[in-house]
Write a protein that binds this ligand. Sequence first.
Ligand code: CP3
Length: 354
Amino acid sequence: MTSLKNDTFLRALLKQPTDYTPIWMMRQAGRYLPEYRATRAKAGSFMGLCTSPEFATEVTLQPLERFPLDAAILFSDILTVPDAMGLGLYFAEGEGPKFERPLRDEAAIRALEVPHIEDKLKYVTDAVASIRKALDGRVPLIGFSGSPFTLACYMIEGGGSSDFRHVKAMLYSRPELLHHILDVNARAVIDYLNAQIAAGAQAVQIFDTWGGSLTQPAYREFSLAYMQQIVAGLTRETEGRRVPVIVFTKGGGQWLEDIAAIGADAVGLDWTTDIGQARARVGDKVALQGNFDPNALFGSPAAIESEVARILAAYGHGSGHVFNLGHGISQFADPAHAGALVEAVHRLSRPYHA
Ligand code: CP3
């Protein structure tokens, strides 16, 4: 394998010295880019992009052609795992992801099994290998999966939800059924992420988008415990380097000490937490990733720059910060504003690393 030309992202995740603060953007390959929309039209659908290693490689590299980002992220989706379990993923135009067979009855839940990754999700590991080849060592490649709880939310609700009433009904009345789903999901995610690492992923992120909808004890029991199980089961070294693990719970700012204790290398922050206070709370335990409000990209370039300055100053001097959005970039974001963000982070962060 080619050696990395830019390893700033991996170094920051391990709190090793860097010349500047590295940046990548959640959902950096997506509908805000006209070139993404063009490739998606060629592929016919979003899943057409995900299941073709050629198209997945093309769209993964698109944001890197535009902006000097410090990492690439595999183009795929967290819902490929429940799809491989047989739930029947589909995307209804303008409605987001849905499942044909949501998990509601006990028999279906008891029948749930860890999918055979080499068979059902080979298109993902093939995409990882193809992207690594195309990157040719430019920047590291991030692999990812959903957290067991976030996957369960979509599996049980059958799609997105504003109240998670089926999930919460199960959590409060049949917790053993939810635990069964979470246990299968955790074992599936371990296999899935290890397969991505074996195929060439150089860091991995676990997206816990909905953990923040839980009470504190329920978060620990139904989300964090399973992410801890995953972290313990992951391959932590490949090609002679550590594979950093990033855990991101949207809305998890109140539980940072707990999240920092599960053995991950870095913790992702949404935009509602002060990153300086977060740093004081987690100490030397983990690096931090975040935490620009994605909707601040709707402000002027001058406003974007002052938000960047604010976040960099809040984190302060030294390594251990990977700049990112606190959640995915909007499909309505102006690509020029995303470019202004990347440029401002690179320029304004240098004094903090001197
Ligand atoms: O960051 C990247 O560029 C990598 C690709 C990526 C996608 N989804 C592509 C995608 C990643 C890391 C994800 C993760 C993901 N998917 C999460 C966790 C992160 C988060 O946003 O909270 C979740 C909850 C999903 C499930 C999912 N997939 C939803 C809710 C949607 C619809 C949202 C929307 O913007 O319409 C998707 C579809 C999806 N996944 C798109 C992309 C680029 C848009 C699909 C399209 O092109 O129409």
